[in-house]
Design a protein around this ligand. Structure first.
Ligand code: HH2
Length: 280
């Protein structure tokens, strides 16, 4: 399987790709305010790269449940200086975490190669057209509702079947406007309109998404479902996050999105070494 993101190309099977999270926001659920200046965000991104990040995911708008939406101009003001600085310095591939096609367009022009889109459930085809035009990589994430409404009362008859049907629909819609399947990876969207049982069910059934024949990306890092499960705040969810990363790698997930690249890398590389020797 190939993932082509602009001029970058990964061929799977290969070691799990690590996507490091760089939130240039005042209000992200875990690291909000820590890297809110361009200097702090760039330094953090380069540190994640040193720790082993293959991809740096730069976001200027929190998508935590109930987050205040951010205007386009403000989001651009947050992310563009960071992308511009990293484009000249980072070896890692740059990803823009945005819901807005205009922000994605400016980010791609500034050096990003991947659009990480939590709002892939929108009707408007503008984002898809941008992907067809630019050949950028695309993370197609499943969300029920919007960040403002998604945790009010998430409901599914069969969460795995519904997320799988969403992926099928999206792959067809993207193909219809000229996006190549090789540009796209799929993310079941833990925490995006899912309660604890939905998230655990998706983790337990991850392998069912193999049938779409696209790489799978998973983001469990420090999420609130772990807080609900373990009764600890975001600052104390590293071990739970690593357990999810380990579980994902053993089930063949190709890309792990994490705030904690160094620790995740150790877990992932150790499991890969065991797996390649017939350990499971
Ligand atoms: N999770 C978050 C944001 N973007 N993108 C993908 N593809 N998958 C995820 O699971 C995912 C994501 C939430 O984490 P974070 O960016 O740390 O929080 P916030 O949205 O509050 O900035």
């Amino acid at each position: 399987m190939i993932w082509q993101a602009g001029r970058h190309r990964w061929e799977f099977p290969r070691p799990t790709l690590l996507m490091g999270v760089v939130n240039v926001t005042p209000d992200s659920f875990y690291d909000g305010g820590r890297y809110a200046t361009p200097e702090a965000a760039v330094a953090h991104a380069l540190e994640l790269e040193r720790e082993g990040a293959d991809i740096l995911d730069i976001g200027g708008e929190s998508t935590r449940p109930g987050a205040e939406p951010v205007g386009e101009a403000e989001e651009l003001r947050r992310v563009l200086p960071v992308l511009e600085a990293l484009a000249g310095r980072a070896r890692a591939v740059l990803s823009i975490d945005t819901q807005k096609p205009a922000v994605a367009r400016a980010a791609l022009a500034a050096g990003a190669s991947i659009v990480n889109d939590i709002a892939a459930n929108r009707e408007d085809p503008e984002m898809a057209r941008l992907l067809a035009e630019t050949g950028a990589g695309y993370v197609c994430l499943h969300m029920q509702g919007t960040p403002q409404t998604m945790q009010a009362a998430p409901h599914y008859t069969d969460v795995t079947a519904e997320v799988g049907a969403f992926f099928e629909r999206q792959l067809a819609r993207l193909a219809a406007v000229g996006v190549r399947a090789e540009q796209v990876v799929l993310d079941p969207g833990l925490g995006f309109g899912k309660d604890l049982e939905h998230n655990l069910r998706l983790l337990a059934t991850l392998e069912s998404f193999r049938r779409h024949q696209r790489p799978i990306l998973l983001g469990a890092s420090r999420k609130s479902f772990l807080g609900r499960l373990l009764g600890v705040p975001a600052a104390e969810r590293l071990a739970g996050s690593l357990a999810c990363a380990a579980w994902a790698v053993l089930r063949g997930v190709e890309i792990v999105r994490t705030h904690d690249v160094a620790a995740t890398r150790q877990v992932v590389r150790t499991l890969e070494a065991l797996k390649s020797r017939g350990g499971c």
